[in-house]
Design a protein around this ligand. Structure first.
Ligand code: GLN
Length: 537
């Protein structure tokens, strides 16, 4: 039987060092050397999943095919390693405690006192092993959220200590991601924060095997030697993680540093042959592109781009396939009024309205839709964006005044967007939307069909409300085409304007399926339309 190997990634010094991207980058390199790789994110917070958390707190909620609401790092994993993630790729403290408490209530512990050690730590280790088994992975990369020293992450780190004890030394690896800051006054790179953070790790019985050091300049040999000496690792195991222009350069830099080869040596695995040229070519070409195009994103959380992480990345992939740099202009939809919409949107070549919840900023979004529809600017509406397109069309083309979604106006005379029957009796908030992958059949001779080049697709959803079927006929008769439907025809999945260069809305979230290896067809075509608009205007 094959022995699965485990790589644990911990973080130190400060948060936001890009642990998710580090895991995803190592993941894609190991996959490119022929290994089956999966990645598991362990989040120390108590929420059972991030589905109920505000985007301000936690950024985007990333939805997988199986309908789990997960951490946004899973998006990076999918985009880099080009594998579908599932519920077992993300676990939170809340989830672990929830499982353990349910077992305790059932009496499964047979009268034992239920404790953090061993019950919680055992439950954590079961999650780690199960991620490997379910995917038949050769290598499981485990990212521990948070920073060493946080009270919340302690059970995870303790679980890893036990995990290592129960496995052979060459079957597990701990990689610690730290920051080596440059202090201008001293003209020196400072290693002390790294020393301290490794000290915290060793206090709880975890000796890192490798250190990945985020830095804005290369670490010279003397710095690596010093870090190695104080942190008890070989200087060769101290790897630079230099700042780069795009996150897609990270694996290229790692490969140049020999990071992946070093990891495989430590795991006593053959290094295989790295097949990574097409990735490198794509990135290098993208770094040299000359054309630019600007797209407005009119949303509610624009101050916090992490809330739209997958959209930002999908535009990079789409830019790569169109040989153009896509500049995103973030516009707070609350500020878009009829009197300033022209000023706000006259310089952009495309308008995107992303998903969202709640009434705030809706009228501004409708102003943006109207402007894009009337001025024939390429428009892309995602989820709430599609719903806004339907509301705007009903109000201004079908002339049904104050048409709305019942999410924003429960008593509107024209409920063009309404709650699905199945949602009406649900009280809980967590995990209760229409979530995950559903099929959608595409109408021939539409922009949707042209983009996908196929009759049926599968896309991921996260919403409660739907286009009200009572309006479908009016839409079609007046030029708003229903280009995508659930195969049994019961739900509208895509809408598009007939007499417009590119005006497409989808009830699902295409951004979640855009990959570095292949841009999402709708983003690719939206950017292409924006480029055409840009050239002609
Ligand atoms: N608020 C809308 C709904 O629940 C749209 C959701 C979204 O954009 N993800 O249907």
């Amino acid at each position: 039987m094959k022995k699965t190997k485990y790589i644990f990634f911990t973080g130190g010094v400060v948060s936001s060092l890009g642990k998710g991207i580090a895991c995803a980058s190592l993941g894609v390199l190991l996959k490119s050397r022929g290994y089956r790789v999966t990645i598991l994110k362990l989040d120390p917070y108590i929420n059972v999943d991030p589905g109920t958390m505000s985007p301000y707190q936690h950024g985007e909620v990333y939805v997988t095919d199986d309908g789990s609401e997960t951490d946004l790092d899973l998006g990076h994993y999918e985009r880099f390693i080009n594998e579908n993630m599932a519920s077992f790729n993300n676990a939170t403290s809340g989830q672990v405690y929830y499982d353990v408490i349910q077992k305790e209530r059932r009496g499964d512990y047979l009268g034992a006192t239920v404790q953090v050690i061993p019950h919680i730590t055992d439950a954590i280790n079961e999650k780690i092993e199960s991620a490997g088994k379910k995917t038949d992975a050769d290598i499981v990369i485990v990212e521990i959220g948070g920073t060493v020293g946080d009270i919340e992450s302690q059970p995870f780190l303790e679980a890893i200590r036990q995990f290592r004890l129960n496995n052979k030394p060459e079957d597990t690896l701990v990689i610690h991601l730290t920051l080596v800051p440059y202090v201008a006054g001293a003209n020196e790179l400072k290693t002390k924060p790294t020393q301290h953070s490794v000290m915290r790790l060793r206090e709880i019985g975890l000796q890192p095997d490798m250190l990945l050091c985020r830095t804005d300049r290369l670490l010279d040999e003397s710095v690596k030697k010093k870090i190695g000496l104080f942190c008890n690792v070989s200087p060769k195991a101290v790897i630079d993680a230099l700042d780069v222009k795009t996150i897609y350069e990270v694996p290229i830099k790692y490969a140049e540093e020999g990071f992946d080869v070093h990891v495989l040596q430590k795991l006593k695995l053959p290094k295989g042959r790295l097949q990574f040229d097409s990735w490198k070519r794509k990135v290098n070409r993208y770094l040299k592109v000359k054309h630019e195009v600007t797209i407005a994103i009119c949303g509610k959380y624009v101050a916090l781009h992490d809330a739209y992480k997958s959209i930002t990345e999908a535009f990079i992939h789409a830019g790569m396939e169109n040989d153009v740099r896509v500049n995103l202009q973030w516009i707070n939809s609350e500020t878009i009024k009829p009197r300033n919409v022209q000023e706000q949107l006259s310089k952009v070549s495309g308008v995107l309205i992303p998903g969202g919840f709640g009434e705030r900023g809706i009228e501004g979004k409708l102003n943006a839709v109207r402007y894009a529809r009337e001025k024939k600017i390429p428009f892309f509406g995602i989820c709430l964006g599609l719903q806004c397109a339907a509301i705007e069309f009903t109000r201004n083309v079908l002339k049904k005044e104050n048409a709305n979604s019942t999410e924003f106006d429960a008593h509107t005379k024209y409920p063009v967007i309404d709650l699905m029957e199945t949602q009406k009796t649900i009280r809980d908030l967590g995990g209760t939307m229409r979530l995950g992958s559903y099929p959608c059949k595409l109408k021939p001779d539409t922009k949707a069909h042209e983009a996908y080049q196929t009759d049926q697709i599968d896309e991921r959803h996260r919403h409660r409300y739907e286009v009200n079927n009572a309006f479908r006929r009016d839409f079609e008769e007046n030029g708003l085409i229903i280009s995508g439907l659930l195969p049994d025809n019961s739900l509208v999945e895509m809408l598009e304007l007939r007499d417009h260069p590119w005006f497409v809305g989808c009830q699902f979230h295409p951004e979640l399926k855009s990959r570095m290896a292949k841009a999402h067809p709708l983003f690719r075509e939206f950017v292409a339309a924006a480029l055409r608009y840009n050239k002609q205007s």
